[in-house]
Design a protein around this ligand. Sequence first.
Ligand code: SAM
Length: 207
Amino acid sequence: MAASGFYERWVLPRLIDLAMRNKQVTRYREKTIPAAAGRVLEIGAGSGLNLRFYGPQVQHLYALDPSARLLQMAKRRQPAAGFPVEYLETSAEEIPLDSRSIDTVVSTWTLCSVPDAARALREARRVLKPGGLLLFTEHGYAPDPGVQAWQRRLDPLWTRMAGGCHLDRKIDRLIHEAGFDIVELTNEYLKGPRPMTYTYSGEARPR
Ligand SMILES: C[S@@+](CC[C@H](N)C(=O)[O-])C[C@H]1O[C@@H](n2cnc3c(N)ncnc32)[C@H](O)[C@@H]1O
């Protein structure tokens, strides 16, 4: 196995799991996830760190992620509530679910890593029922020109090191352009290097 293959297959999933467990990130999970209800689809579910925050109002959870390793880790975590979880090992750019079949789509720190985030969001909109909800907490393009310059500068290297993660995605614009109205939005820098921590958290509904 080439060194890059080894890194992506064995090292990166563990790094992602570790990096995504810090206190501030967990605080956002606590805030974002409990609003999910009904038939829920989580895109880029990763190692399942959101599972324990879903409440009893969830009927069924589809946990979608293209990484078999991360889904294996997710399967070892138990959801707090007793709803069934179905794991979909595939990409959010082509969601294998019927149109208008989902009540809530959840995306946390995923849109940075999906190669075609606009397409994934259009897919999210397609599977959502009219009146459904997109819950998101993502990092992305900062408002400060100095930070933006660093985001653009670091992006090519960062993308290679961090599993395809991009630093310069304007998350609110991507969501809006995919056919959603953003009904709630909070932005802030989390602790840590500013190019990596500008956060977009909120709710959107299909237009
Ligand atoms: C930084 S991790 C975040 C994981 C998880 N959402 C969380 O909050 O802990 C980015 C995730 O995006 C996933 N991802 C990458 N490409 C994807 C795609 N095309 N469709 C769906 N998820 C993807 C990765 O496998 C990884 O699980």
